[in-house]
Design a protein around this ligand. Sequence first.
Ligand SMILES: Nc1ncnc2c1ncn2[C@@H]1O[C@H](COP(=O)(O)OP(=O)(O)O)[C@@H](O)[C@H]1O
Ligand SMILES: [Mg+2]
Length: 242
Amino acid sequence: MNSHPVRIAGLQKTYPMGHLKVHALKGVDLDIPSNSFVAILGPSGSGKSTLLHLLGGLDRPTAGSIQINGKKLEEIDENALAFYRRTSVGFVFQSFNLIPSMTTLENVAFPLRFCSVPRRERERRAMEVLEQVGLGDRIHHRPTELSGGQQQRAAISRALINQPELILADEPTGNLDTQSGLQILQLLNDLHQQGRTVLVVSHDPRVTGFATHITYLLDGRNIEQEEYNTAVLQTQTEKSSQ
Ligand SMILES: Nc1ncnc2c1ncn2[C@@H]1O[C@H](COP(=O)(O)OP(=O)(O)O)[C@@H](O)[C@H]1O
Ligand SMILES: [Mg+2]
């Protein structure tokens, strides 16, 4: 494997909003080495979710490049992008996004339906990842019968089911209490220790303790830590003087 499996260059994303345009990303450059745990920090609206969506192939950039293991996402067609989403990336969201009518086991096995894996094999693999996250005894529970931390562990299992190399987590501890949030960060750290590349957007200051790399986003660009600290301090001062 290449030493920088993820290379982001001049990445831009503009959303049309009626007659206006929102420049969510204005030029992000980032090389992510193999097997890193990247913490992405930035105030609300700085483009963190947009960056993860582009990396996960959920959306296309307006300009710039995302190269993953030598493959440029902006150059592949829709079918190849869908295949990439299914096989190479695992997404974890703040709000878990589990399907309420399904049991934990069914939720976790669900992505395999699109990979023509027979049902027994789907369930066997779901069981395996659920045991890995300590949910082996909750497989028949529905999401409402689980705590927030358990729901997020189920969502992480679902993200792992296709054995992706890249895990993208968007504020995964945002809806959790302190203790469950820490468990989720530790679990993401375990996945990193097992050899995956993990990118986490988080406001939880504890995430930096696990990170091998920290990226600071402000107003659609990635900047150095010092510049970031100055800018964040300035906004806080402005807010408190209003
Ligand atoms: N689908 C969309 N359409 C229009 N504007 C969007 C869309 N998604 C995000 N934005 C805008 O892009 C900017 C960055 O958003 P986002 O990536 O969600 O930031 P963050 O996750 O850091 O809070 C914000 O100004 C937001 O309002
Ligand atoms: Mg966001």
